[in-house]
Design a protein around this ligand. Structure first.
Ligand code: BES
Ligand code: MN
Ligand code: ZN
Length: 492
């Protein structure tokens, strides 16, 4: 969607639809002026309780020629004193649904004028771009009737700095492109997004932004000794790979932040096969890798002054005559031996090799994202990602970034006692314990492979995919992690 700003009075701007924000407990000037021009119609709607300005509610009305705008979309913002950046993002995102239903593809917005904060413009752009996302590549019928948004014009008062506005919009677009990339990768099925597809995507990002890029193919992984990653990929026709992208945004000798994302392109569970019901959702098991690639593309696009490395270990977890099996013992890249007690606990295996590999970069912070455990969904549902780490300052910084961008995180402990569950009779560790504290024991397992580096782990199993529409995240892939990482990397 094209986004422009225009210095214009919303009351006098001709457009198919004008979006205005309405509070539950007070009337803003624009509302009062629109109401006057519509002969008191807006107040009658409010009096009749058809629309009362509650958060995430909206009402589309025809202006019957009384306003320059053909239609007015009233969007609820809740109580005036409680308005914040997340609510504005949600209001903008939610209004996309209302416009889509009415098939209004070009419109003007005054929503950002409801809040006198510099971030209002970004919040409205972000909500709009993310809320209008749709993944329709495989819908082949009625293509001609497909609806597409074309243009939003943000109306600004006289005194605004147009250049600063454009910079804010460009920044938001770049971030939302990163989210879109992650959502697309997660939405695509496992027969399309293979380990090779992820590698090609990484190479495209590298070419576009002149990044360092290296794809370690199977034979190189064998030479390196990444046996945990190799084992997980053994049952699949598509070979496992390790994807590495490097971006230098500041002093080339400066130590980087290293991001690691789980890239299981499909998780059948392997020999410890999963139940059939809902298995299709396991195409999303590369959401951590997708987030890391989306974040890298956005960071490079924004030219953030950081050094950043993105690592995506990728494999497909399938049952087969060649597949790894329960009882197998693997020697991981770090030399730590692992007894396999469940081939469905594969994420921690590909990550343990990638995390050990990451240590060679001497990271200032090492952050992994993974759809790692069903237990995390049991613990936190779909409203927050699990957060663990060995450095409270890093954990707190990530948590704060999550609050700011609306991707919430909740910390779980990683006390040594949790390690008891991961002891093996035959090897140094086993890869799966009991169900108890399943997200934590998985996190504890990863911790054994990060050395003394500052590290945090995000379990996004419950947040990478949504079964319901959310205001700025339509049903399906959420792209979680991209905005969080940008937010974190923008302030360090
Ligand atoms: N990819 C799954 C976790 C998952 C579950 C992601 C639901 C998204 C939604 C992971 O590889 C897995 O299978 N974990 C097992 C671990 C167990 C065998 C120790 C789980 O959570 O059941
Ligand atoms: Mn699994
Ligand atoms: Zn998995």
């Amino acid at each position: 969607m094209k986004i422009e700003t225009r210095i214009a009075d919303p009351l006098k701007y001709p457009t198919p639809a004008l979006i205005i924000g309405c509070f539950e407990d007070s009337e803003n000037e624009l509302f009062i002026n629109c109401d006057a021009m519509l002969g008191g119609y807006l107040r009658r709607i409010i009096a009749g309780k058809e629309f009362c300005g509650k958060v995430n509610s909206s009402r589309l009305i025809d202006t019957l020629g009384k306003l320059q705008a053909e239609r007015l979309l009233l969007v609820g913002l809740g109580k005036k004193s409680e308005l914040n950046v997340e609510q504005l993002r949600q209001a903008a995102g939610g209004s996309m649904q209302a416009l889509k239903v009415a098939r209004i593809s070009s419109f003007a917005s005054a929503l950002h004028l409801s809040w006198m904060a510099k971030t209002a413009l970004e919040a409205v752009c972000e909500g709009t771009l993310l809320g209008s996302y749709a993944f329709e590549q495989y819908k082949t019928k009625d293509r001609a009737e497909r609806f597409n948004f074309e243009e939003m014009t943000l109306l600004q008062p006289k005194e605004t700095d147009g250049k600063a506005d454009i910079a804010r919009i460009e920044r938001t677009k770049t971030i939302c492109e990163g989210v879109r990339l992650a959502r697309d990768l997660v939405s695509q099925p496992g027969n399309v997004v293979t380990t090779g597809y992820l590698a090609d995507t990484a190479m495209e990002i590298a070419a576009r932004h002149s990044l360092g890029c290296r794809i370690y193919e199977q034979s190189e992984l064998e030479k390196l000794g990444m046996n945990a990653l190799l084992a997980v990929g053994k049952g699949a026709a598509e070979p496992p790979r390790l994807i590495v992208l490097e971006y230098n945004g500041c002093d080339t000798k400066g130590r980087p932040v290293v991001l690691v994302g789980k890239g299981i392109t499909f998780d059948s569970g392997g020999i410890s096969i999963k139940p059939g019901a809902g298995m299709e959702e396991m195409k999303t098991d590369m959401a951590g890798g997708a987030a890391v690639l989306g974040a890298m593309a956005a960071v490079a696009g924004l030219k953030l002054p950081v050094n950043l490395v993105a690592i995506v270990p990728t494999a497909e977890n399938m049952p087969d005559g060649k597949a790894y099996r329960p009882g197998d013992v693997l020697t991981s890249l770090s030399g730590t031996t692992i007894e396999i007690t469940n081939t469905d606990a594969e994420g921690r295996l590909i990550l343990c090799d990638a995390l050990h590999f990451a240590q060679k970069y001497k990271p200032t912070a090492l952050i992994d994202l993974a759809t790692l455990t069903g237990a995390c969904v049991v613990a936190l549902g779909h409203e927050a990602s699990g957060l663990m780490g060995n450095d409270q300052r890093l954990v707190d910084a990530l948590k704060a970034a999550g609050e700011r961008c609306g991707e919430r995180l909740w910390q779980l402990p990683l006390w040594d006692e949790y390690g008891e569950a991961m002891k093996s009779d035959i090897a140094d560790l086993k890869n799966a314990g009991s169900r108890d504290g399943g997200s934590i024991t998985a996190g504890w397992f990863l911790k054994q492979f990060v050395g003394k580096n500052r590290w945090a782990h995000l379990d996004i199993a419950g947040t990478a995919w949504s079964d319901k529409h959310r205001p700025y995240s339509p049903k399906g892939a959420t792209g979680v992690g991209v905005r969080l990482l940008i937010e974190y990397l923008s302030v360090i």
